[in-house]
Write a protein that binds this ligand. Structure first.
Ligand code: S3P
Length: 180
């Protein structure tokens, strides 16, 4: 699978704190593409924060809303024929159907891979992530999630500054655009 400018849909995956939103927004700006943040879509759709959805309805309900939000976002991208950078949630790829939808939409999937120590530092003190409870469970969840991120088409070192991560992704885009 190649990542080319004609693909029009680039999805960023990775664990909490890896920079999906920050990098995604910058990347979309650089490419002149539309930016969609799945967590923001979920909040808009549910009319509640992510913390509230988890607290009031539980994680299974959150995953349902997440899957619906993904389906809608992909539908808009395809129907509107809009080149889009899509920042996924940290757990989006744990659902097989989400991965299938992304693949069906022709998304190039990029894993923002960041060491756990760096992620812990970035997420410490943040209160809007219901799945960041304590260090031990954060580490466990990270280990459980790795297999899902490895399904991505590309891996980029996300321990670097966001602007540098963007450059690396752009290098991938240019490289494969030349090859295509
Ligand atoms: C989650 C990550 C969060 C958000 C929700 C669940 C997860 O997104 O979707 O709290 O399961 O890892 P970020 O990775 O953008 O923080």
């Amino acid at each position: 699978m190649t990542l080319s400018l004609s693909r029009k849909l680039l999805a960023l995956a990775g664990f909490m704190g890896c920079g999906k939103t920050t990098v995604g927004r910058l990347l979309a700006e650089r490419l002149g593409w539309h930016f969609v943040d799945l967590d923001t879509r979920i909040v808009e759709r549910a009319g509640a924060t992510i913390v509230e959805i988890f607290r009031q309805r539980g994680e299974p309900a959150f995953r349902e809303v997440e899957a619906e939000a993904l389906e809608r976002a992909l539908g808009e991208t395809i129907e509107g024929n809009r080149s889009t950078v899509l920042a996924l949630g940290g757990g989006t790829l744990t659902r097989e159907e989400n991965l299938e939808r992304l693949r069906g939409a022709g998304a190039a999937l990029v894993w923002l891979d960041c060491p756990i120590e760096e992620l812990l530092e970035r997420c410490a003190g943040v209160t809007d992530r219901p799945l960041f409870r304590d260090e031990a469970s954060f580490r466990r969840l990270y280990d459980e999630r790795l297999a899902s991120y490895r399904q991505a088409d590309y891996r980029v070192d996300a321990s670097l500054a966001p602007a540098e991560v963007v450059e690396r992704i752009l290098a991938l885009v240019r490289l494969t655009a030349v090859e295509a």
